[in-house]
Design a protein around this ligand. Sequence first.
Ligand code: NAD
Ligand code: UDP
Ligand code: UDP
Length: 317
Amino acid sequence: MWRRKRILVTGGAGFLGSHLCERLLEEGNDVLCVDNFYTGTKDNIIHLLENPHFELMRHDVTFPLYLEVDEIYNLACPASPIHYQHDPVQTTKTSVHGAINMLGLAKRVGAKIFQASTSEVYGDPEVHPQTEDYRGNVNPIGPRACYDEGKRCAETLFFDYHRQHGLDIKVARIFNTYGPRMHPQDGRVVSNFIIQALQGEDITIYGDGEQTRSFCFYTDLIEGFVRLMATDKSVTGPMNLGNPYEITIRELAERVIDMTSSSSRLIFKDLPADDPLQRKPDITFARNTLGWEPKVALETGLGSTIEYFRDLIVKHG
Ligand code: NAD
Ligand code: UDP
Ligand code: UDP
């Protein structure tokens, strides 16, 4: 008999998690959002609370969780340097203990499980663009290590549960993603630049601005998540998901200034320790396996993100 799938989204009140919950509800699933509201907020999911197929649970994934579900998307983890470095021990615990608990749950109930891994597993890459077989260049004792090594260890756990217990795992390595509901104070470059430009403040470029990133709009990324989850058991990943369009940070600042008609000036600050010089995904594997590639151009995505932050500033100052 047909029944709705029951899907658990950890970190479901965050930027990506809330968009994912919305998408899964639209597809007719029952969605259980688990979050401890460390960086996520109720505002991101408030519009879903009236939906009888949506359930919200305040819970920290470093503690065990006993439920019955068909699929698990494990997104719980602070994602921006400011937040993950605020309490680095908790960051590693969230990635590692969180993964163990969610894998234990998946094992007990036979659920498929998706891990939101990151391009940070490549560290400051010596290979460009990054393919999935590149093993990375991570400093294990630097300030970013709690996040990078936590996520690397989570990948190890996913592959060991797969080999040892036969779990159906899906590991996505997510590259920089942006869009509405990004945390306005999380210090990430897209939100920082847009807010600074809208408020006529100086745009803070760290280093000389020649470092590169590739920015993916959230709708494209969520499409990739859902397609990866729908693959059969032979597809485990790790799979790069991101937009291969690469841009320097200085160029990003200039685009944001243009698009907001801002009078802001560029100022240059010190580059944080271990800040990767360049980053761009090779998405051949995702293209071939999922028939997926990003569709939203940077201009379009930035346009809607600018609108989101404009409204937020009007509402909250
Ligand atoms: P986010 O900070 O908006 O969302 C993370 C969510 O996890 C928040 O709602 C937070 O409250 C919750 N959380 C944190 N610790 C928790 C814990 N111990 N128990 C329960 N909930 C907890 O960040 P995001 O950008 O939406 O990122 C979501 C996932 O995607 C993260 O795992 C992140 O590492 C990964 N990722 C994101 C990007 C990106 O560019 N946005 C890039 C690579 C990887
Ligand atoms: N776990 C959980 N929910 C479950 C099943 C397990 O949170 O439904 C947690 C539990 O804390 C356990 C961990 O997942 O320690 C790993 O589970 P596993 O069965 O792999 O190992 P063990 O129980 O032997 O530690
Ligand atoms: N960055 C910047 N100004 C800011 C915030 C970030 O120049 O106000 C730089 C940062 O040093 C990095 C890039 O932009 O080189 C992307 O930073 P973000 O924190 O968004 O993501 P990540 O470093 O994790 O890719």
